[in-house]
Ligand binder design. Sequence first.
Ligand SMILES: Nc1ncnc2c1ncn2[C@@H]1O[C@H](COP(=O)(O)OP(=O)(O)OP(=O)(O)O)[C@@H](O)[C@H]1O
Ligand SMILES: [Mg+2]
Length: 359
Amino acid sequence: MAALTLRGVRKVFDKTEVLHGIDLDVEDGEFVVFVGPSGCGKSTLLRVISGLERIDGGELLIGADVVNDLSPRERGIAMVFQSYALYPHMSVFKNMAFGLKIDGLTGEQIKERIHAAAEKLQLDKLLDRKPGQLSGGQRQRVAIGRAIVRDPRVFLFDEPLSNLDAALRVQMRIEIARLQKSLETTTVYVTHDQVEAMTLADKIVVLNEGRVEQVGSPMDLYHRPANTFVAGFIGSPAMNLITCNVDSVDGPTSCLSVSDQTISGVPQTKLSVGHSVSLGIRPEHLSVSKGEGISFKGNLEAIERLGDVTFLYLILTDGSRVTVAEQGDRQLEIGESVQVYAELDKLHLFDDKGRALRA
Ligand SMILES: Nc1ncnc2c1ncn2[C@@H]1O[C@H](COP(=O)(O)OP(=O)(O)OP(=O)(O)O)[C@@H](O)[C@H]1O
Ligand SMILES: [Mg+2]
């Protein structure tokens, strides 16, 4: 177990810099999740931490040690990949034992560790099987077991569940959470899955084009996104971002215009008349039921009924699109003009550079 510190970490591939000076503190025992669009550098950053890729600038510390020039093995890191990367001709036992022999453990010590890990992962009855005789979920558990038996200082996971079907993913997600809590090993986990990120992470790191956009707890990022990128990335369906003009400011409230409508009573003291802002409202915070707060209307372009929730896709006269997530089933007609409402404390405002404006 150890803390992980990144200071100005840079990575260059063929003269193209893909990580532009990443600063990050991961505390001892913390579960950190990297999210971001495809190609933003999540896997590269993980591989740089693991030692599979060389660092081209900055410093990486595990505990108090600078490990820039150490091999993956010397760093005390174990990594689990999306592809599992098991040896097909070896039994589960041998797959898990493989790294340990190189580490110089005795036969007895190896057996002890493997049986302890196998019990934790419900692999005890499968130790003699070959990977080809296992289900996808069982294979992934072997890959995780192989990482656990190394007793690493840091666990790294790169989209470990993305090859599994939906039901198995939920099951494995819960197992990984439980396992990490019991082992208390510092963990960095890459995923595309919003639910995995929100449920597993102590801390989420949102990456974009090789830079950190925001670091925070899942609820921090959901309730207080620092900019429109994070606002649009965290949460599903994505937060609505409606471009508005500031028409008037009257003390603590302001009046915004969007296409041919006026939205009055928006609480904000830092707005200047004539400026362009983005009004952010999450779909789940908009409702067709009349309520306190702000209100505007749009034309119903499409409707999706999922039983527990109904998604309404509205278009405003200027072409802005707005998604509404209503609880339950809603009987509305395509083409109808729909008035929607949002409470004041659920509104987000961003300046013309996309930075959050806070009252
Ligand atoms: N070995 C390499 N040589 C050259 N460029 C690379 C190499 N590996 C990655 N890149 C580039 O670095 C950038 C970051 O890639 P990376 O694999 O880290 O993205 P990612 O965030 O993990 O994406 P995904 O979500 O699709 O897995 C991309 O532009 C990619 O093309
Ligand atoms: Mg990747």
